[in-house]
Write a protein of this length. Structure first.
Length: 283
């Protein structure tokens, strides 16, 4: 009898074990965590609400492009772009937080959600509009040819043929050289730089023959480093820069455009422009 009881007990235990195992396999499993993706597409895609909820607007800029944006002697981001950013942020009811980086990585960083906006002389172009949004223009920049003072052989882009021409990497100026000047002029070497000072130093030391850029941006570097350089000819083109924002951010774009409208109408933009460039706005 004891043997039969033992066998029955074993069978019951095995059956109970199988039932529990089956229940365990059919139990509800927690859903995998949702992918966060691009932070700029979170919270219903409303970038403005997210900025206001955190109380600050994270702005990407180079920090090496005086007088537009640079790090001053107090290790603070300064310049026209910085002052304008603070004004925009103030009118949105938040503070401006600056993050510096090489220009060639700023737009990609904006797409990845590292910044809420870029205020770093980002030229408005149709190509860029396909992947990011822009505010109304806040500055107009004339781009000119810069050569060594002793160089009288280059007066226009037609003289670039067979020469070495420096330009900032990832900029509209680089695209202009590659897409418009090269096909028109013929073969010349384009040398790219992440830093304007390096381009100017190479030009001063005859490692390149010319560069193109906004003269306002180069003048402080030329004077500070006592470089023997000059501009030649008429401006090649005029570019308009705007505040760059994540694509499909209508609330943020409208708010920034409204802030810029107020800044222009109440004279703040004129005051900032005079402070950094010594002249009235030319647009």
């Amino acid at each position: 009898m004891k043997k039969k009881t033992s066998i029955l007990s074993s069978i019951l235990i095995m059956a109970l074990t199988l039932i529990l195992a089956a229940c365990g396999n059919n139990a509800a499993k927690p859903n995998p965590p949702a992918q966060s993706g691009n932070p700029n597409q979170a919270a219903g895609g409303n970038s403005l609400e997210r900025i206001k909820s955190k109380g600050k607007m994270t702005i990407g800029l180079m920090g090496t492009y005086a007088p537009y944006n640079f790090v001053n002697e107090n290790n603070e981001v300064d310049g026209y772009d910085a002052d304008l950013s603070k004004e925009i942020a103030k009118r949105l009811g938040v503070e401006a937080e600056f993050v510096t980086g090489e220009f060639s990585g700023l737009i990609e960083g904006l797409k990845q959600g590292k910044f809420d906006a870029l205020v770093s002389q980002v030229t408005i172009t149709d190509e860029r509009k396909q992947s990011i949004d822009f505010s109304e223009p806040y500055v107009k920049n004339d781009v000119s040819i810069i050569v060594k003072e002793s160089n009288n052989n280059i007066q226009s882009v037609e003289d670039f043929k067979g020469k070495k021409v420096g330009v900032a990497l990832g900029t509209n100026d680089e695209a202009y050289l590659r897409d418009e000047v090269l096909p028109k002029v013929g073969t010349f070497e384009i040398v790219t730089y992440n830093d304007n000072l390096n381009a100017l130093m190479d030009l001063n030391n005859k490692r390149i023959d010319a560069t193109i850029n906004n003269v306002f941006a180069l003048k402080p570097l030329i004077e500070k480093n006592n470089l023997k350089l000059k501009t030649v000819g008429k401006p090649l083109k005029s570019d308009y820069a705007g505040v760059a924002m994540p694509k499909n951010s209508p609330e943020l774009k409208d708010a920034v455009d409204q802030a810029l409208k107020e800044i222009k109408e109440d004279g703040t933009l004129k005051t900032l422009y005079n402070k950094w460039f010594g002249v009235d706005p030319n647009f």
